[in-house]
Design a protein around this ligand. Structure first.
Ligand SMILES: [Zn+2]
Ligand SMILES: [Zn+2]
Length: 264
């Protein structure tokens, strides 16, 4: 057995400290590449995005031409406004969306919502943030408000995925993010098995503004993860207008479209 003397131990300690010092110095000049929040791959990007190019390529982003009211893609002989918007009256002035609720975007949003992935929800917000750059329709926005969850649902899920998505967007827009101003006062049952009219009924009076001066006279941008019928956003917009907001616009990560609209 070799017993190391005190001097030898000091040499070993010095060696360890030097190695840690050089490792830190190296990281300072060559920081590790970010890893994709969805697939874990390391990547480089000119934008502050949380997704690698491979994942971005799988997202069904919306491309022009789109409906001027709801951003749904117009295909073939579709007229503007699209069929979904005709005959509907919403309390928001305009609804915008980044992607179609389909394929990989559907998987990501589902995971962000149900698989306890707050990191993925915030990561999706970086896509909203980059999308919002140079978006003229957002120039007049005074405040960003995510659609709130009912307190019971928030307690079960542990986080509001929409609030996390709105954070990087509010930073990019340099606008305040209000998370307490709008409250969901009525627990809404799951919308997926309801008819259109039942959905509208379900969301009516679901929201209330608890701080009217915060929104009075302002143009508000409402954020949600998914828009299907638009009734939830419309009910939230109505509550904001009643509280004195000047105008409400809506932006969602994804919008539901019929298969013929999207693939046709
Ligand atoms: Zn990826
Ligand atoms: Zn439309």
């Amino acid at each position: 057995m070799i017993v190391k003397g005190k001097g030898q131990l000091t040499d070993i300690h010095n060696g360890v400290y030097m190695r840690i010092f050089f490792q830190k110095l190296f990281k300072l000049f060559y920081p590790p590449l970010p890893t994709c929040v969805a697939c874990g791959a390391t990547f480089t990007s000119l934008y502050p995005l949380a997704f690698c190019q491979g994942c971005l390529d799988r997202i069904p982003f919306i491309t022009k031409p789109v409906c001027s009211r709801c951003d749904r893609p117009l295909r073939g002989g579709d007229r503007d406004p699209c069929r979904e918007c005709q005959g509907e009256t919403y309390y928001f002035e305009q609804a915008m969306a980044v992607a179609v609720y389909d394929g990989y975007m559907r998987e990501l949003l589902h995971s962000a919502k149900y698989n306890f992935r707050p990191d993925l929800a915030r990561g999706l917000g970086t896509i909203l943030a980059v999308w919002a750059e140079n978006e003229t329709r957002l120039e007049e926005i005074d405040a960003v408000i995510p659609v709130p969850l009912h307190p019971e649902k928030l307690a079960t899920r542990g986080y509001n995925q929409t609030e996390l998505m709105a954070e990087p967007l509010a930073v990019a827009l340099r606008r305040p993010l209000y998370t307490e101003v709008l409250q969901r006062v009525k627990p809404t049952v799951s919308q997926s098995k309801l008819s259109r009219r039942e959905r509208e009924e379900n969301t009516r009076n679901a929201f209330a503004v608890v701080d009217c001066p915060a929104v009075a006279g302002k143009e508000v941008l409402l954020i949600d993860d998914i828009r299907t019928t638009g009734y939830t956003l419309s009910a939230a917009a109505r509550a904001l207008l009643v509280a004195g907001a000047r105008r409400v616009k809506a932006l969602t990560m994804a919008v539901g479209v019929t298969t013929e609209q999207w693939k046709g």
